[in-house]
Design a protein around this ligand. Structure first.
Ligand code: PLP
Length: 484
C-alpha cells in the first residue's frame, strides 16, 4: 500500500467510504448491495478478446445480456451505455434531428441536451414544464403545452422531456406520447433518474412501457451499478437500432467498460432473483418510513400519488421551519454522517435505492425526527418562502412555448463579447442565464433579450448564473454577429 499522503484522492475516498452514510448516487451505496463487496472488479475489466463480444457489433454475450435487460424493462431493444445517460441523450437527439430540423425541448432538460443540440445542429423550440408555487419546484410537462407547441411549430420532429425530474416527479407519458404520435412526431424521454422503476409496483411505470420511442436511463444513479453505466431503450420501432449504434459509436468511448456492462448484467440478474427479499427488506420498510415521516411537524416530506411520483426519493422541505435546505443538509452530515444527494434553498434531496435496508432507513428516519423535534422550538422566520415567490414570479413571466433566435450550434461556433445589460435589448445571449440554484433558465443560449428578460435580470442579478455581476454593473455575454 502506498503512502496516504502520496495518494490524496484514493485516501480520501477510502476514508469517506468508511465513515459516511450516503443518500446520494451511485445507487450501490458504497457497495452495500447484494454480495457486491466480494466482486473482483479486476476480473471484469477486460476488452474485446476472443469470445467476449463487442458492444458495437454485439452478437454474443453482450447481446445476450442486453436482450435480458430489454426483456426486464419491457423494451423492444436495449443498448448498454458506458458514458452515462449523456451519451444516450447525444445519440437520441442526433438520430432524431438533422441540422436545421426543429425539436421541442423541455426547459428543465439536463445540459447534455444543449450539447446534443450543438452536435445535431437542430433548432430548439423551448417548452415550459409546470411549476408548483407553494413548493418552488418544477413539476410535470403538460400535454396541453405540447399541443400548443405542435400547433405553432408543426414541422418539429419530436420532443425531448425529463421524467422523472430530479425530485422524482413524473409526467403523464402515455398522454404525451399519444399527442405526439397522432401528429407523427417522436417522443424521447430522459428517464435518467428512473432506472429502478421496474423494481417495484410501488414505483411509477417506466416511459418504456408507456409509448415513448426512446428512453434513456442512468443505471448508476438509482440502481446498484458503477458510475457512468446507463441504458438506451427503444420503446417502439420508430428508429433503427443500427442507426442508434452507429451514432452512439461517434459520441461514446471506443473502449466501452466491460466492468460497467457486467455490473449492469449482475444488478439486473440479482434483482430478478431476489425480488421478494427486496420487497421485504427495502420496499416495505421504505413505505413504512415514509408513512411515519409525513407526520413530521416542522419539516415536510413530499408525498404524492404513485403514478406521479417516485417514492424512492425523500424530498424534505424546510419552508415551515427556521432553517433552509443547506442547513438541513449540513445538520444531517455533521451530526449523523448522512450525506444528502443535493441541498437547495428550501429542500434537500435524499436518494434511497435497493442497496438500502431497514438499518440505513431507520438511521435516516431517526435523524430527521431528531432534527424535526429540535426545530419545533424555533421561530419560523424563513427566507425560503421569499425565494419561492421570487421564482414563481420569474416562471410566470416566461412564455410556455418559445423559439430561440440562434441555434446552440451557431452560438457555439460564434464570436461573443460582453455587453452591459442596458444595451442587450434585441441581442442574442451566448450563455444560458439561469436562476441558480435550482437551475431555472430565464434565457437559453441563442435566445434574444426582450424587455422582460432585461427587467428580470436586473431584478434578480445576484441570484443568476451566466452573467457578470460586479458592483451595480451587470454584463451579459452576447453573440457578436448581426441579427438574422
Ligand atoms: C435529468 C438528467 N438527465 C441526464 C443526466 C446525465 O446523466 P449521466 O450523468 O448518466 O450522463 C443527468 C445527470 O445528472 C440528469 O440529472
Amino acid at each position: 500500500m502506498s503512502n496516504s499522503n502520496n495518494t490524496p484522492l484514493y485516501t480520501a475516498l477510502m476514508e469517506y467510504s468508511m465513515k459516511k452514510k450516503p443518500f446520494h448516487m451511485p445507487g450501490h451505496k458504497l457497495g452495500s448491495f447484494g454480495d457486491m463487496k466480494q466482486i473482483d472488479f479486476t476480473a471484469l475489466d477486460v476488452t474485446e478478446a476472443n469470445g467476449l463480444d463487442n458492444l458495437y457489433e454485439a452478437e454474443g454475450i453482450i447481446k445476450e445480456a442486453m436482450d435480458k435487460m430489454c426483456t426486464y424493462y419491457g423494451a423492444q431493444k436495449t443498448i448498454f451505455l458506458t458514458n452515462g445517460s449523456t451519451s444516450g441523450i447525444l445519440t437520441s437527439l442526433m438520430v432524431l434531428c438533422k441540422p436545421g430540423d426543429e425539436v421541442l425541448i423541455a426547459r428543465n432538460c439536463h445540459h447534455s441536451v444543449w450539447h446534443a443540440l450543438v452536435l445535431s445542429g437542430a433548432i430548439p423550440i423551448y417548452i415550459q414544464p409546470e411549476y408548483d408555487e407553494s413548493l418552488g419546484l418544477m413539476t410535470v410537462m403538460s400535454k396541453e403545452v405540447i399541443q400548443e407547441a405542435l400547433q405553432l411549430y408543426p414541422k418539429v420532429k419530436g420532443a425531448i422531456i425529463v421524467s422523472p425530474t430530479y425530485e422524482g416527479i413524473v409526467s403523464d407519458i402515455k398522454d404525451i406520447a399519444k399527442v405526439l404520435h397522432e401528429a407523427g412526431k417522436a417522443l424521447i424521454v430522459d428517464e435518467a433518474h428512473g432506472a429502478h422503476f421496474g423494481v417495484s409496483v410501488d414505483f411509477p411505470i417506466s416511459s418504456v412501457k408507456l409509448g415513448a420511442d426512446l428512453v434513456i436511463q442512468s443505471m448508476h444513479k438509482t440502481m446498484p451499478t458503477l458510475t457512468q453505466s446507463a441504458l438506451l431503450h427503444q420503446g417502439t420501432d420508430q428508429f433503427s437500432y443500427e442507426h442508434l449504434v452507429k451514432t452512439l459509436r461517434m459520441v461514446q468511448t471506443s473502449s466501452p467498460s466491460y466492468a460497467m456492462m457486467a455490473m449492469m448484467d449482475y444488478a439486473r440478474g440479482y434483482i430478478e432473483e431476489h425480488q421478494d427479499e427486496i420487497v421485504k427488506q427495502y420496499i416495505e420498510p421504505l413505505k413504512e418510513m415514509r408513512s411515519r415521516l409525513v407526520a413530521l411537524q416542522q419539516l415536510y416530506v413530499l408525498d404524492i400519488p404513485r403514478d406521479q411520483y417516485d417514492m424512492s426519493k425523500i424530498i424534505v422541505f424546510t419552508h415551515r421551519t427556521s432553517i433552509d435546505g443547506y442547513t438541513l443538509g449540513q445538520y444531517l452530515e455533521e451530526r449523523y454522517n448522512i450525506v444528502v444527494e443535493a441541498s437547495l434553498p428550501n429542500y434537500v434531496i435524499l436518494m434511497t435505492t435497493v442497496a438500502d435496508q431497514v438499518k440505513s432507513l431507520s438511521e435516516l428516519e431517526k435523524a430527521l425526527i431528531d432534527i424535526d423535534d429540535e426545530l419545533t422550538l424555533k421561530q419560523n422566520t424563513n427566507t425560503a418562502d421569499l425565494y419561492c415567490s421570487e421564482l414563481t414570479q420569474v416562471i410566470s413571466e416566461l412564455p410556455k412555448v418559445q423559439k430561440g433566435g440562434y441555434t446552440p450550434r451557431e452560438v457555439y461556433y460564434g464570436d461573443y463579447k460582453w455587453c452591459e445589460i442596458d444595451h442587450c435589448l434585441g441581442k442574442v445571449t451566448a450563455e444560458t442565464i439561469m436562476f441558480y440554484p435550482p437551475g431555472i433558465p430565464i434565457l437559453y443560449m441563442g435566445e434574444i433579450f426582450n424587455e422582460k428578460h432585461i427587467q428580470l435580470i436586473r431584478t434578480y442579478a445576484e441570484r443568476l448564473k451566466g452573467i457578470q455581476y460586479k458592483g451595480n454593473k451587470i454584463n451579459c455575454k452576447v453573440l457578436d454577429i448581426p441579427l438574422k
